[in-house]
Ligand binder design. Structure first.
Ligand code: C2E
Ligand code: MG
Ligand code: MG
Ligand code: MG
Length: 283
């Protein structure tokens, strides 16, 4: 079907762009419908102190289960939601729902120290974001220290003043800020010094390669960087006991991964928490 002449190549390119744009538009309308039909829900993945094995946090992760029981991964639909602005409403729902779960866990006596919620740069740029976060906390009788927001390195590209003032206001409330997927962005490192941050989450592409000297060196460097900057370092993607021990030896204070626990829906989470009481510390 491919056309060989110059014009043909152009047409083919335009065609492809059209196909991608159409696919995005279809996914977006399906996502809107899924939200209405309540096909989206949150799962929660435990984060532990790697020394004491005590539960420190839970990361809320979005799930979309279609009517025919397929799961559409967030890596696929979050960009579409960001592109369209739908992420503002969706992100708000995630924040409210995660805060409501944290409230329930506190009431049940099985709460971690904090609930971590992923936040898109699009949300951070919304002038109303800070007020919405405060409302979500207040509505659920939570304090700032009960919440952590995970942002990615891409926020370093946002206007400095906006970022400083938003993150500063959040932290003044006691909310902690984590840099997610650390090491995968292409931003300069200067933002690490400049921004008010609490935690670095090294991306699992690095924790996956600890057996390899190159991967191990990068993981060590990130731990060292965290130490120098006075930030907690958390390793994601811990898939076996060896990785746990290696990362702990490198100075990672916290971790999460399939070896510790998979992301769980709320009933499974409550069950998990009730069967690991030794992991809980006074919240
Ligand atoms: P993330 O924030 O870096 O989340 C960690 C991802 O790693 C999750 O994928 C989690 O299920 C997965 N994971 C955890 N432990 C392991 C492990 O040991 N091995 C492996 N192979 N994977 C592990 P998930 O849930 O598919 O989420 C993918 C990304 O989608 C997230 O990456 C985050 O960037 C984004 N995302 C998820 N929920 C939300 C949300 O509510 N809002 C926003 N803005 N983004 C979200
Ligand atoms: Mg995250
Ligand atoms: Mg991550
Ligand atoms: Mg990730």
């Amino acid at each position: 079907r491919a056309k060989r002449d110059h014009r043909g190549q152009h047409l083919q390119y335009a065609d492809q762009m059209g196909t991608e744009a159409r696919a995005r538009a279809v996914l977006l309308s399906q996502l809107r419908e899924a939200i209405e039909k309540r096909q989206l829900f949150l799962v929660y993945q435990p984060q532990l102190n790697l020394d004491t094995q005590q539960l420190t946090g839970l990361e809320a992760l979005l799930r979309w289960r279609t009517e025919d029981d397929r799961f559409i991964p967030p890596d696929q639909f979050i960009p579409v939601a960001e592109h369209s602005g739908l992420i503002l409403a969706l992100g708000q729902w995630v924040l409210d729902t995660a805060c409501a779960t944290m409230r329930d866990l506190l009431d049940t006596g099985v709460a971690p120290l904090r609930m971590a919620v992923n936040v898109s740069p699009v949300q951070l740029q919304d002038p109303g974001f800070f007020a919405l976060v405060r409302t979500a906390l207040a509505d659920n009788g939570l304090q700032g220290r009960h919440l952590e927001l995970e942002i990615t390195e891409s926020v370093a590209a946002l206007p400095t003043q906006l970022l400083d003032s938003t993150l500063g206001a959040l932290r003044a409330e006691g909310i902690s800020i984590a840099i997610d997927d650390f090491g995968t962005g292409y931003s300069s490192l200067s933002y690490l010094e400049r921004l008010p941050l609490d935690r670095i989450k090294i991306d699992r592409s690095f924790t996956r390669q600890l057996g390899d000297p190159h991967g191990a060196r990068i993981a060590e460097m990130v731990a060292e960087l965290g130490r120098k900057l006075g930030l907690t370092v958390l390793a994601e993607g811990i898939e076996d006991a060896g990785a746990w021990q290696a990362l702990r030896a490198m100075g990672y204070q916290e971790g999460q991964g399939y070896h510790i626990a998979r992301p769980m829906d709320k009933p499974a989470l409550v069950h998990w928490l009730q069967h690991h009481p030794q992991r809980l510390q006074a919240a």
